[in-house]
Design a protein around this ligand. Sequence first.
Ligand SMILES: Nc1ncnc2c1ncn2[C@@H]1O[C@H](COP(=O)(O)OP(=O)(O)OP(=O)(O)O)[C@@H](O)[C@H]1O
Length: 252
Amino acid sequence: MISSENLSVSYHGRTVLRNASVAANPGRVLALVGPSGCGKSSFLAALNRMTDLIPGANVTGQISFDGRPIDRVFSSRTELRRQVGMIFQKPNPFAMSIRRNIELALREHGLGNRDELRQITERALRDVSLWDEVQDRLDQSALELSGGQQQRLCIARAIALKPQVLLMDEPCSALDPIAAERVEQLIQSMREHYTIIIVTHNLGQARRLADHVAVFWTRGGVGEIVEYGPTEALFEASSNEIVKSYLSGERG
Ligand SMILES: Nc1ncnc2c1ncn2[C@@H]1O[C@H](COP(=O)(O)OP(=O)(O)OP(=O)(O)O)[C@@H](O)[C@H]1O
């Protein structure tokens, strides 16, 4: 389980997210929803300390993994990122061959000899249903793939490292509807093996995919989580007026 307690994020001294506390569990999907600019991406980035790389970013509060502070569980940022993988809105394959995209990630983490690298690469590409589409052109540039294929490659690159947690920042929103649906189906099929936290503006997608939802909102210029709970309870029976109107599509 990965959880945050009173997580706050600021940039150059301006707080953009205050006291966010949620938990995400293995085999479950947690969706983060809410209007633009209320700190969802900042929250996600803080979870695997991507915020360390952002100039002016500061994070306070606690992030725990299986109940222990994350910095004590993972010996380095590299190890943290191996266990807590990230998928971005815009597919970001490396400008190199399809095969190298996955093998390089494995090598960076010191995993596998040549034969193992090939096996892990094939497994990962099969897991994202890309193998049949690319097995004859593994040495071609990943940039020649379609957007949807690139996104599935990025997911393959992340899962090849066998992470426990996958953070996904609007993974379908830059894709055409058919490619988006395929990636959503892929997330469905992967869910039992990972803890997945997904930022999405697509409320239908949140409802289809998520076991739990956290609704982010901006109050007084600062983002916060206004409600967090089981998906159906929030969509069907929230007593919070903001949440009710946002989830019914009337607001935000
Ligand atoms: N690198 C940065 N430097 C300064 N301010 C930033 C930075 N990244 C984000 N912000 C600000 O932090 C606030 C929260 O942004 P964030 O991207 O986390 O929100 P979001 O809810 O994910 O938005 P969206 O749904 O549009 O992606 C915004 O006001 C944004 O301008």
